[in-house]
Ligand binder design. Structure first.
Ligand code: CTP
Ligand code: CA
Length: 227
């Protein structure tokens, strides 16, 4: 989609988007991380700016992506840093979209010096829960602020992708949840950019397979309806 063809329906709004994957340090050279590229979050930020919003992009680790034009980019490496940056930016935001892949766990101990090989078998890693940033945003949001989550789900014995998406929407308490089907979904034949947009108001719409910019447009359409 060409930016100049988009509506300016986010003019005067401040939106916050988180993107990429957090890294949880083990020692000065090692971390626990994930494969998130950040592309969906960057597309969300770019499209919001094209639609007239003031955009704060809180970027964890991403593929080597260029900063989107006319967007404030704040770097955050770990889940704790991302939480602080998102919380800060959300204070005066009209909408917050959590597209980042936040590590659920972090190592309990951060070694000051590089962990050495040694002769003995290594100790098991002890992990602690990270805070649920999205749940915190929902708890502390100002009236009228729209909060959006993302979830990548697979179907399993207990239910299909939609079933898990609906349950996560209820659990998280956000206004909108973008559910991407991942893995070889048995119940649904979908491509990697397809999914569903679930609303806390019960609205559900399928997002057809398409570009990340197109999915971003659908998300902002749904946000604008709720602002
Ligand atoms: N999220 C978050 N903080 C975390 C983990 C996740 O804010 N510590 C956000 C993600 O950015 C995403 C949404 O919550 O918008 C859903 O993430 P997901 O990993 O699917 O949810 P979890 O509750 O961690 O569930 P699961 O056990 O399936 O990983
Ligand atoms: Ca998770």
């Amino acid at each position: 989609e060409r930016g100049d063809a988009l509506p300016r329906d986010l003019a005067g709004r401040h939106v916050v988007v988180s993107a990429g994957g957090t890294r949880e340090a083990l020692d000065p050279v090692r971390f626990l991380g994930n494969r998130s590229s950040g592309r969906q979050g960057y597309a969300l930020a770019r499209v919001a700016a094209q639609r007239g919003a003031r955009v704060t992009l809180v970027a964890a680790h991403t593929a080597d992506l260029p900063d989107p034009a006319a967007v404030d980019v704040v770097r955050a490496g770990s889940a704790a840093q991302l939480q602080a940056a998102v919380h800060d930016a959300a204070q005066d935001a009209d909408a917050v979209v959590m597209a980042a892949a936040v590590a659920d766990f972090r190592p309990v101990d951060l070694a000051v010096d590089k962990i050495k090989r040694g002769d003995a078998e290594p100790e098991p890693l002890r992990l602690a829960q990270n805070p649920d940033i999205l749940a915190g945003l929902v708890r502390e949001r100002a009236p009228g602020q729209v909060v959006v989550g993302f979830a990548a789900e697979t179907g399993d014995a207990s239910g299909d992708v939609l079933h898990h998406g609906r349950a996560k929407l209820r659990r998280k308490g956000c206004d909108l949840l973008v559910v991407n089907a991942v893995g070889d979904g048995k119940a649904f034949e979908v491509g990697e950019n397809a999914g569903w947009l679930l609303g806390a108001d019960g609205g559900e719409s399928e997002i057809p397979n398409g570009s990340k910019a197109l999915l971003a447009s659908r998300v902002w359409d749904a946000v604008v309806e709720r602002l």
